[in-house]
Design a protein around this ligand. Structure first.
Ligand SMILES: [Cu+2]
Length: 195
């Protein structure tokens, strides 16, 4: 059961849970509608039984949701040591990615105009993202253009974003926050290849 769920995307699990809840709600609605024609009050014992059944199934649903979702919480992963740390400095209108901190103008120019970084596939990468001017967004896209992870790039702050990229290829980075006239063209890139 758990292995089956692990293969599903969070969207598919959410959709399935939503459909189950809606089915139960429709069933309750139809039952109430059917019983509304009967004039006599239900027996207290049957009401008590129904209430008990409802409470038990609710408790079971809650326990199952916790058992399935708690192991996926990202907090214990904070203790993991990343395999590689990449420093990112955003600045109008490009991203500088480097294995060394990018603080000065010269460092940013070298990092944003140099060749694309090569990162090992399957490794835990930690991006340390900041900005040298205004707020930007740091969005990592898959080679086929799907948004994989994102965080803000803010002046004076370092945001950490951890990703594990298994698929080799060229990953575009796009700015996700309107940051000026050339925001739409603000992008970066890095490559992922098998080590
Ligand atoms: Cu930007």
């Amino acid at each position: 059961m758990y292995a089956l769920l692990a293969e599903r995307s969070p969207q598919e699990i959410a959709l399935a849970a939503f459909l189950i809840v809606v089915s139960v709600a429709v069933w309750v609605f139809v039952s109430v509608l059917r019983s509304s024609g009967q004039s006599q009050l239900p027996h207290p014992a049957s009401v008590h039984k129904l209430r008990l059944w409802f409470a038990l199934s609710l408790a079971l649903l809650l326990a199952a949701s916790l058992a399935l979702t708690l192991p996926r919480m990202p907090y214990p992963a904070a203790n993991q040591v990343p395999d590689k740390v990449i420093f990112v400095a955003a600045k109008q209108f490009a991203f500088g990615l480097s294995e060394k901190p990018v603080v000065t103008e010269q460092e940013w120019e070298a990092a944003s105009q140099g060749p694309a970084l090569r990162l090992p596939a399957g490794a835990l990468i930690e991006f340390r993202i900041s900005s040298l001017d205004v707020n930007h967004g740091f969005g990592v896209y898959s080679p086929n253009g799907r948004l994989l992870a994102q965080t803000q790039a803010m002046p004076g702050y370092v945001n950490r974003l951890r990703v594990r990229l298994n698929e080799p290829g060229r990953y575009p980075v796009l700015c996700l926050e309107l940051c000026g006239m050339e925001h739409h063209s603000m992008r970066g890139v890095f490559d992922v290849s098998n080590p």
